[in-house]
Design a protein around this ligand. Structure first.
Ligand SMILES: Nc1ncnc2c1ncn2[C@@H]1O[C@H](COP(=O)(O)OP(=O)(O)OP(=O)(O)O)[C@@H](O)[C@H]1O
Length: 655
């Protein structure tokens, strides 16, 4: 980890890494554009097809605006304001002029060009491609700059721990913690008492998110304003669900399309619908639509029509019933009427905008707790809000500059995470040091009184936890008595039925909480246009084990199937199409749990090449999702070339 004594050097260093990552992101999109069809990329939310473009005038700073419309409406997509996009007629080459998204509606997207736009953008049947999710990069750079106003945070980044002071636990602090264990209570007390930073290290299933939510409750009850963030929408929803259960009034900001449906009532968008100012603004928007229709009966005062005449002059000529430079008076009058309506539209537009802003501000001002992803914390909506406390969950999955986006908005900070689980995703090889999170920097540099670890886990049978505990947590983890020996047999209705294949029957038998199933007959395969792998024999085996588990009366919702490879995940999904079982990548399963987890490891080759399975943090996440039974499928001959996998397989077979 690189250390800094000068914050300017820190800023320059991270800005450089962000630029590398930005470049890699563009390469990623270009690669995907080459690999996938337009339709496939549209399904991923990174392209929009069959658009028609038209001139939308100029915008702030003289940029050229183009509005791209699809009458039938745009599909769900991940393109947002501030993103860099390219427009093409067929498949883009990457050499197209880049534009920035400045506005989006259900049917249109408006983009801004710095130069005169290429002529083709005014045509039909256009394709728009996301080229870089630039907004997050810009927010990171802004956050790094804002560090200048936060001397305390600077000192911590420099590991200048002169700020270390004895903390006094508030004797009046009451925590509604009948549910919590003493360690969780103690962590809440310490984090509450901290003047600046506190880190909660939460190994799998130890109640990191639970503890954080009770801490937020204590802050809320003491009248503080709190920003709660996490790197992904799923992780934000995860903590929001807990805050809701604790009846802490919270507002979720972000795109409702990416939120959990059950939590939508907490979103800013839904809360706005009930706000009187917003309703009034909606009435005005409707009026604007009517005015626009009325305008269609007259002649637009466009550059070509007005021939250099000002609005004022056109109105004057109209009332004086005069023609001018060959423009007949009837035409001048129609333009004057058009201008009058336009002026009314503008007045209404401003009024509606002001009411809408007022409504948003009043909701955000009243909300004690605001939740968003790290990136959205940098949005305009929160521009003028300073929070007493910023809490980041899953902080070890955020790059350092990404974590700074929410942190610079607060004056006291709590970060929860586990550096032994998945690190932040970094695309550029040159920016690989971004994969060390700010949590890790603080964990290494801060005095001990700023960090504590949760050690009792409430998820796994003790045998499921054993390997991870030994490898990654120095055997500090303890299984709570309520889960230590729990098995499938304790689940109501479960009965391990005889199964046609005795080997599979042995697997399903509830007595063994963790089993490794060798699958040597299958070979890993790869499609020509993909970097991902799949293994047909493992898919077959997974299906058979799932059938056996279901015939033992386990519910589909109790089973999770995970694999490190996207190709395997999508093939498993189609092989088990009607099973209603959650099938995800390991990365997609971080933070989740199921009674039974089946892992398909896929790799099977003569060379003993295990690719990115070698990232043991990914293995750790995979191994720690199951509560009562973990089934691992893999080719031991390939896997055992790696000492950690070898130890894992041996460890399971002696249990
Ligand atoms: N003190 C407690 N008593 C009983 N159950 C608890 C306690 N604390 C947490 N739990 C339960 O343990 C499970 C895991 O909790 P939580 O999701 O907060 O853990 P986590 O550390 O965030 O997990 P992950 O490894 O997925 O990040 C949940 O079902 C939660 O209700």
């Amino acid at each position: 980890m690189k250390r800094f004594t000068d914050i300017t050097k820190y800023q320059v260093y991270f800005e450089g890494l962000i630029q590398e990552e930005r470049k890699a992101e563009m390469d990623f999109h270009l690669n995907e554009i080459l690999l996938l069809t337009g339709r496939q990329r549209e399904q991923k939310g990174r392209a929009l097809l069959t658009l028609s473009g038209r001139d939308a005038g100029t915008g702030i700073g003289g940029v050229y605006l183009v509005k791209l419309v699809r009458g039938s409406g745009l599909p769900d997509n991940e393109i947002s304001n501030g993103d860099v996009v390219i427009v093409s007629k067929d498949k883009p080459t990457g050499k197209e002029e880049q534009a920035t998204v400045v506005g989006k509606t259900k049917r249109s997207i408006t983009i801004a060009y710095n130069k005169v736009p290429p002529y083709l953008v005014y045509g039909k049947n256009l394709r728009l491609d996301l080229f870089s999710n630039d907004i997050t990069f810009q927010r990171m750079i802004d956050a790094i700059k804002q560090l200048n106003q936060l001397p305390i945070l600077q000192e911590y980044i420099k590991a200048n721990i002169a700020f270390n002071q004895e903390k006094v636990i508030d004797p009046n602090l009451t925590i509604d913690g009948a549910f919590l264990n003493p360690k969780q209570m103690n962590i809440i007390q310490k984090a509450f008492a901290s003047n600046d930073i506190f880190l909660i290290h939460g190994p799998p299933g130890t109640g990191k998110t639970t503890t954080l939510s009770y801490l937020i409750k204590s802050f809320f009850e003491s009248g503080k304003k709190i920003l709660v963030t996490a790197p992904s929408n799923t992780a934000v929803d995860n903590i929001l669900e807990k805050l809701q259960a604790l009846k802490i009034p919270s507002t979720r900001i972000g795109n409702p399309v990416r939120m959990d449906e059950d939590l939508l009532n907490l979103s800013l968008d839904v809360q706005l619908q009930d706000h009187p100012d917003y309703q009034q603004a909606n009435g005005i928007w409707n009026k604007i639509q009517i005015l626009k229709k009325e305008q269609d009966d007259y002649i637009p005062a466009s550059g070509q029509n007005r021939r250099g005449l000002s609005d004022q002059k056109i109105v004057q000529l109209a009332s004086a019933k005069k023609s001018y430079r060959g423009i007949q008076n009837s035409k001048i009058r129609k333009m004057a009427r058009w201008i009058k309506i336009q002026q009314e539209i503008n007045r209404n537009y401003e009024e509606a905008q002001a009411l809408q802003t007022q409504a948003i501000e009043s909701i955000l001002e009243k909300s004690a707790v605001i939740c968003s992803t790290n990136s959205t914390a940098g949005s305009e909506l929160l521009k003028d809000i300073i929070f007493d406390i910023v809490c980041i969950d899953e902080a070890t999955q955020s790059t350092e500059p990404e974590a700074l986006i929410p942190l610079v908005k607060g004056r006291k900070w709590v970060l929860a995470g586990d550096h032994q689980q998945l690190p932040p995703t970094v695309k550029a090889r040159e920016a690989s040091s971004l994969s060390i999170s700010l949590f890790e920097r603080f964990q290494q540099e801060l005095p001990e009184d700023r960090i504590d670890i949760l050690t009792i886990q409430y998820r796994m049978h003790q045998e499921i936890m054993r390997f991870s505990n030994d490898r990654f947590y120095q055997n500090q983890l303890k299984a709570h008595p309520s889960v230590k020996h729990h098995t499938l047999l304790d689940l109501p209705g479960f009965e391990s039925f005889p199964y046609i294949n005795p080997k599979i029957e042995e697997v399903v038998k509830a007595t063994k909480p963790i089993v490794f199933i060798p699958c040597t007959e299958g070979l890993e395969e790869q499609l020509a246009d993909s970097y991902s792998f799949f293994n047909q024999a493992e898919i077959q085996l997974t299906k058979e084990i799932t059938d056996a588990l279901l015939s033992s009366r386990l519910f589909p919702a109790d089973i999770g199937i995970i694999s490190p490879y996207d190709q395997q995940v999508s093939r498993l999904k189609s092989a088990l199409r009607d099973y209603h079982i959650e099938i995800k990548s390991i990365d997609g399963f971080q933070g989740r749990e199921k009674e039974v987890i089946i892992i398909s490891l896929v790799r099977s080759n003569q060379e003993g090449n295990i690719g990115f399975l070698r990232d043991y943090r990914r293995l750790n996440v995979a191994l720690t999702r199951a509560k009562r039974k973990l089934v691992i499928i893999g080719n031991p001959k390939t896997l055992e070339s790696d000492p950690t996998y070898k130890a894992l397989i041996e460890n399971i077979s002696i249990q």
